[in-house]
Structure formats: C-alpha cells, structure tokens
Ligand binder design. Structure first.
Ligand code: F0G
Length: 474
C-alpha cells in the first residue's frame, strides 16, 4: 500500500520551458513562472511518492467505494496526482463517468464495430468535465486556507466552481466566497442558472471570455482571490483522471485516438500530461494520438498549428508567430464567434501546454463549422447521450479525420463529450424547431436541419392526435 502520509512532500511546481525549469513549492499558489512568465506544471518526485506498479491496482478500489475518496472518479486515482495529503482532499462524488461503447453505424461512421467510444463527462455533479479539475483546485484552496475563489468562464467552469464553493461551505460551515466573471450575454442559460442558484457572486462583464480572464487575473492579484481557471495547474491534475477512466474502460489498454474539443486548452493539456506521465512510469506501452477540435469561428489553435506551422519545438515554440497572430486579431477587431459558446475563446491560455501535448501524442488539430457541430450534436442526442454544442465538436472532428483517411476503420477512438445536453437547451430547441437560437450567437446556415425532430402542432382533439401519431408512424 502506498504511504499516503508522504503525499505533497514529493510534489512541486515547475516552469514548462525546458530552458527554464524554475521550480516553486506547491504552497506558493503561483499560476506562472516568476523567472520567464511561462505556465507551470505540477511535477512529482515519483521516488518519494511512488505510483502503483500496475494500473489495475485502481480497480481494487471498487470494493471499497463506500469510502468517499475511493468512490470519487478523481481521487480513486490519487497516487497519480499526489500533491495534497488525503485528509485535505475535497470530494463531492465527481467523476462517476463511464466509457460508453457506441455502434459506429448509429452515427454513420465506417469504423469497425466496437471501435467507437464516448467518454461522457456530462454525468458529473455540475454537468460537465470541469468538476474533475475543480475538486483538485478546491483541495488546493483548502491546503492553502483560501476562502475567496474565482474564475472567468464561458459557463461551465463558473457552474462547477459555484457548486463546489456552496457545498464546501455547507459541509465545513466556513464561509466561502465564490466569484465568477462571465461575458454579458455570452453564456448559455443552463450554466448561468447554476452559478446564480448556487449563490456565486456573478459579475457580468461587458466583454468576452478573454476580457474576463484578463480582469480576474488582475483582480486575483489585488484581492487575494484564488484563481480557479485552468491556468491553475492543479485544475489540470484533476482533469488527467478523465483519461484514467478511459483506460479503465478499455481494460487499461490505450486507444488509438483521443478526440476532444479545444477552447482554453486545459483538457487537451491535461490529457497530454496524463499519458506522458503514465508512459514515463511504465504504466502504458504506448501513447494514443490526440485530436483537438476547434469551432471554425474560434480556431486560434487550428490556425496557428495547422496553417502557420506552430509547434512545441522542444519547448522553444515560436512566440513571434503567436504574437503576430494576436496583433492581427486586435488590429482587425476579429472576435471568436460560434454557437458552441463554451469554446468561444480567442487567446487560449494553455496554448504552450497544448502544443506540448500535440507533440507528445503525435496530435492533429482541426476546425469544424457550427452546422457540423449542430448536426453531430443531434446525432449524439439520437443515440441517448446528449451533449452541449461544444462537446459535439469531437464527433464532427472525427468525421473529418475519417474522411481524410487520418483515422482508419480499425482505429479505436474515444470522443470526449464534455458537457451535458441540458446546459444549452436553447440551441437544442432551436435546432429542432428551425429557429435561430439567440441573436448573440452566429447564425449557422439556413434550415432545414438534417436531423431536426420537429414538434408537431396538433389541436386538442382525439381524432387529430391519433392521426398525428399514425402519420408519424407511417
Ligand atoms: N467543452 C465544454 C463543454 C467546455 O465548457 C469547455 C470549456 C470546453 C469544451 C473546452 O475545454 O477549455 O479545456 O479546452 N469551458 C471553459 C469554461 C472555458 O469557462 O467553462 P478547454
């Protein structure tokens, strides 16, 4: 058995740039490197906090799932993210998500039977994958004794933060102040309703996600506010566990492809780190490939990587390409715009970490239109999973990669479905009723939608009702 008391002694923060590698204590609550300004990783000394010798070790925890930490889909893998002592770990039962096998014919894909999977993260307590990261960030807030926590958000991070803050307060009796910055009119009502209902101070800023993130970073310096965006490296530690559950679902065998939507690029960065560490520990024989899928209206990563040739380059990525791209964005007043509001982001904060993940996982980046996203979302819904628009980018990306021949029929593929269907009911109803969902969003192409399931208007009359049912059956 791993000695849990030793946790956190073997963890530290380190600059991601190999030329810098400056280190900091985990208790320093830093979000970037004081020496060079780059992002930070949580790094472990695996000699001091040894990981189990085989991944199947974690399956034994199913037998003790009456213990909250063994029940948690994040903390049952705690030896792979050992940055805090077990008595400080925060859990509300997150990560009860299972890998789902989907018949590829049901989504019109020519993959071999058994080769398509959805990792359905909408089943988390707040309805998105963010809870995997939030449980880790709240653990760190507890370790640090911080009670004012905040984030900028396109909706799901704020919903998750608000939930954790309200439950932490209920469970411990200690006041916790949750503050969320959202772009006014920019987030789906399902998500806004969560932040409001859980009691977070919700600041609707007259700007987009990027503006909110800039402002909250400034405010966090001034107000002793613990920042819980994915620039907080502990968030990504929790999100690694999504990939551990994928492996668990595949009998600990890596798939050939992981496909996920890309917004602020926290998830893709976390996935790359998860697999790189497992490989380093000798716990997996090989890495899956990674596909990150942008919305075409918010495709900074795709532009930079697939069109401008930006690469990790051993940790010396060409920042001048990025700067020139961002300067042009400002000059031309170009702003991200997509129906997938969760990923409507101009300047993804985890860009360098995502470049590293793409390098480590021989990855690719694609972008997909709002129409493609909406049609795939409807296909997913028909199969009983249901997701919000951003999540459907993964299936749209897969379709593109299959058409290009990059993904072949014999490949085992996992699409990550990041958020629940009910997060953005306006878009769903809009699709099925041929109405544009909200003026602030981009208008995808004109109806009719190929998978629309239109409601049938019928008089309050039994004959008319029966006729409508029989006609539908015909
Ligand atoms: N899918 C959903 C449903 C999301 O909410 C997000 C991000 C992403 C995908 C993209 O993930 O940022 O790790 O690349 N939502 C953030 C938020 C930005 O504030 O809720 P990413």
């Amino acid at each position: 058995m791993i000695r849990s008391e030793s946790m956190s002694e073997g963890a530290f923060l380190r600059c991601i740039r190999p030329a810098c590698l400056h280190t900091y204590g985990v208790e320093e609550a830093r979000y970037d490197c004081a020496a060079c300004g780059s992002l930070l990783d949580v790094v472990y000394d695996w000699e001091r906090t040894p990981a189990p010798g085989r991944l199947s070790f974690f399956a034994e925890r199913w037998g003790t799932r009456h213990e909250p930490l063994d029940f948690s889909g994040v903390w049952r893998f705690r030896e792979l993210l050992p940055f805090a002592p077990p008595d400080k770990l925060v859990t509300i039962g997150e990560g009860q998500t299972l890998l789902q096998n989907v018949d590829p014919r049901r989504v019109d894909l020519p993959l071999a039977a058994g080769n398509l999977h959805f990792q359905y993260e909408g089943m988390n307590p707040s309805g998105s994958f963010k809870d995997n990261g939030m449980t880790a960030a709240f653990t760190m807030a507890r370790v640090l004794g911080r009670h004012r926590v905040g984030c900028a958000s396109t909706g799901n991070t704020s919903a998750s933060l608000a939930l954790y803050a309200s439950l932490a307060q209920t469970q411990s009796g200690r006041a916790m102040q949750a503050i969320v910055f959202v772009g006014a009119g920019k987030i789906a009502y399902g998500k806004l309703s969560q932040a409001l209902d859980y009691g977070a101070l919700t600041l609707q800023i007259d700007g987009d996600f990027d503006a909110c993130l800039t402002r909250i970073r400034e405010a966090s310096d001034r107000l002793d506010l613990y920042l819980m965006n994915s620039v907080n490296p502990f968030r990504l530690e929790g999100q690694k566990t999504i990939m551990y559950r994928v492996l668990e679902g595949l009998g600990w065998e890596p798939p050939d492809w992981i496909i996920c939507p890309g917004g602020n690029l926290g998830n893709s960065s976390a996935f790359g780190k998860a697999f790189a560490e497992l490989k380093e520990l000798g716990l997996i024989p090989r890495m899956p490939r990674l596909a990150i899928v942008n919305a075409a209206g918010a495709n900074t990563l795709c532009d930079l990587v697939s069109r401008k040739g930006l690469t990790w380059n051993g940790g010396e990525w060409d920042q001048s390409i990025v700067d020139a791209y961002y300067d042009a964005m400002t000059r031309e007043d170009r702003k991200a715009k997509t129906i997938a509001s969760a990923i409507e982001i101009n300047r993804p904060v985890n860009l360098p970490k995502a470049l590293r993940a793409l390098h480590a996982m021989n990855g690719v980046v694609r972008d997909v239109t709002d129409d493609e996203i909406l049609d795939e979302k409807a296909r997913i819904g028909r199969n009983g999973y249901g997701c919000e628009p951003a999540s459907a980018a993964s299936l749209a990306g897969l379709r593109k990669l299959v058409a290009e021949g990059v993904v072949s029929a014999s490949d085992r593929v996992v699409c990550v479905l990041t958020g629940h269907q009910l997060k953005d009911a306006d878009v769903t109803v809009g699709y099925h009723t041929d109405r544009y969902p909200g003026e602030a969003r981009t208008c995808a192409s004109q109806p009719p939608r190929p998978f629309a399931n239109r409601p049938v208007q019928v008089a309050d009359d039994l004959d008319a009702i029966c006729a409508a049912i029989e006609n539908a059956d015909a």
